[in-house]
Design a protein around this ligand. Structure first.
Ligand SMILES: C[S@@+](CC[C@H](N)C(=O)[O-])C[C@H]1O[C@@H](n2cnc3c(N)ncnc32)[C@H](O)[C@@H]1O
Length: 344
């Protein structure tokens, strides 16, 4: 049994707990945005849990530390003096990765600690055969994290992203959120899924990559984004239909055609929408038209109050609110809504 810790989007605790328990993992500590869990699965499998931002093998944890630099430095000293440090690291090293760097994080922000402390620890780690210090281009990262709640963690990061994977366009949804939204929609191989505000395609791509389906349709009103998405899916093995169209008038989609709608509609911030209330009303009316009875809608919404007002006033009998998850997206308050189409 190995112990891991993972970071995830603020507000998703409930989803994370359910996800881990379903996969036979034992949750040891659940904070807002971080989970510690035990599992028999190898690190190679755990690192493919795409629900997380990052995952680490836990080497040591701490509690009741004040969240400041001094405490973080104290943790570094404790780790440097621990007798089993080298064997613990050596036993948990991912294969083929030896160019290391030490990273310190305080309350979710990378911070610098005293150079002498880092140097002492680096010197110890360098005793392990084949280890090389590589600050600029490491393939192995040792992390010290000290959280607001006073918990500290020392671990080896096992999730790696290439520069291309890390890159996101402005407004493009993070993959982990697209993955979580797909998961909330209760994916089935029989699904006909539509994302009527597909943008760069984060949701349809994650849905297609990670779960089976019958059909996926991606729509956007921006011609340029639609051509870019068409280019992107050319190298993709599974089929996604991409349509240049209006989410408020999905003329190519028949009534009661789709089983799932998963989408991230405009927030009305970046490009102003003159009347967001009317926009949401037209959007939900069209969604209700194309959705099969018992079909599911999963939406990421920034303007929560306006959305809830429209939902309650106009759709409370047809689109039932099953769950709402308040989350933070790039520091902004938002919510993921899960609605189910009622059979009247
Ligand atoms: C918040 S972004 C979606 C971002 C997307 N999830 C991604 O990862 O790139 C909203 C998208 O809705 C599109 N949009 C706005 N109004 C639309 C409409 N009436 N019909 C279809 N797409 C629309 C915009 O062009 C934009 O790409």
């Amino acid at each position: 049994m190995k112990t891991y810790f993972s970071t995830f989007i603020t507000g998703a605790q409930e989803i994370i707990k359910e996800f881990l328990e379903k996969r036979g993992c034992k949750v040891k500590l659940l904070l807002d945005g971080l989970v510690v869990f035990e599992s028999n699965r190898p690190a190679n499998e755990i690192r493919r849990f795409l629900i997380f931002n990052n995952t680490f093998i836990l080497l040591r944890s701490f509690s009741n530390f004040k969240p400041n630099i001094k405490s973080l430095e104290r943790i570094l000293v404790i780790i440097s003096h621990s007798k089993d440090l080298l064997s613990k690291i050596a036993n948990n090293l991912p294969s083929g990765r030896r160019n290391f760097k030490i990273i310190c994080s305080l309350e979710n922000r990378m911070v610098s600690v005293r150079r002498s402390l880092l140097k002492a620890l680096e010197a110890i780690i360098l005793k392990i055969y084949g280890m090389r210090l590589n600050i600029k281009n490491p393939d192995l990262e040792f992390w010290f994290l000290l959280r607001r709640e006073g918990y500290g963690f020392f671990g080896i990061r096992i999730t790696y992203q290439s520069r291309k994977e890390k890159y996101r366009e402005r407004g493009e949804l993070r993959k982990e959120i697209a993955y979580i939204m797909s998961l909330i929609s209760d994916p089935s191989p029989e699904d006909i899924v539509i994302d009527p505000f597909a943008g760069y395609g984060s949701i349809p791509l994650e849905r297609a990559k990670n779960f089976s389906y019958k059909e996926i349709i991606a729509v956007d009103k921006d011609k340029n984004l639609v051509s870019r998405l068409k280019e992107k899916v050319k190298t993709f093995k599974r089929k996604i239909t991409i349509i240049w169209g209006d989410a408020l008038a999905l003329d190519e989609t028949p009534d009661f055609y789709v089983t799932k709608i998963i989408s991230d509609p405009p927030w009305g911030e970046y490009k102003k929408i003159p009347n967001l209330e009317k926009f949401y009303e037209a959007m939900l009316r069209e969604f209700n038209r194309i959705l099969k009875p018992n079909g599911i809608i999963v939406l990421l919404i920034g303007a929560k109050e306006i959305f809830e007002k429209v939902l309650q006033a106009k759709f409370s009998r047809v689109l039932l609110l099953k769950r709402k998850y308040d989350i933070l997206v790039s520091g902004k308050k938002a919510a993921i809504y899960c609605l189910v189409k009622n059979i009247l």
